[in-house]
Design a binder for this molecule. Structure first.
Ligand SMILES: [Fe+2]
Ligand SMILES: [Fe+2]
Length: 152
């Protein structure tokens, strides 16, 4: 970890090393994951539109749920690690998305994914775009101000 003299912005103690956002948590990686999640939503929309076999929708939706869960967990770990003041609010937003859009299917072993509608997919797309721009945007602005980042 790099160090720099001055006050540690997280601990507030003088002379501590300045934390660095680890490379595996780069903003670029998170933005790439957002794009991948949005691509999966688009893919599911096409599957419904083209009336493809329902198994294809199930596989795609499972992949989406798996990826978004791990994306949320990574972001929450990052916020916790650096004592981000908006952690709890941000975690609630993630929890609401998961509870509303993923859990009803995940709890039933994804047997009911055929019920997923194009309007739900549109809502998921809107949420993801807004969340990435606003809540995640705030997080990265805060990190850039408070920590030395390796991956600008
Ligand atoms: Fe995100
Ligand atoms: Fe987030």
């Amino acid at each position: 970890m790099n160090s720099r003299s001055g006050t540690n912005p997280v601990s507030g103690k003088p002379g501590g090393s300045l934390p660095v956002v680890p490379r595996n948590f780069s903003q670029k990686r998170m933005q790439r994951e957002h794009a991948e999640l949005l691509a999966l939503v688009e893919q599911m929309d096409q599957i419904i539109l083209n009336q493809e076999p329902p198994e294809r929708l199930t596989v795609c939706f499972q992949e989406f749920c798996f990826h978004i869960k791990s994306h949320f967990e990574d972001e929450e770990q990052l916020m916790k690690q650096y004592a981000y003041p908006g952690l709890e609010t941000h975690r609630v937003l993630h929890h609401r998305f998961w509870s509303f859009y993923c859990r009803p299917y995940a709890d039933l072993e994804f047997e009911n994914v055929a019920r997923l509608s194009r309007s739900q997919l549109l809502q998921m797309q809107d949420w993801l775009q807004g969340h990435a721009r606003l809540a995640d945007g705030l997080l990265w602005t805060w990190l850039a101000r408070h920590l030395k980042t390796e991956n600008k």
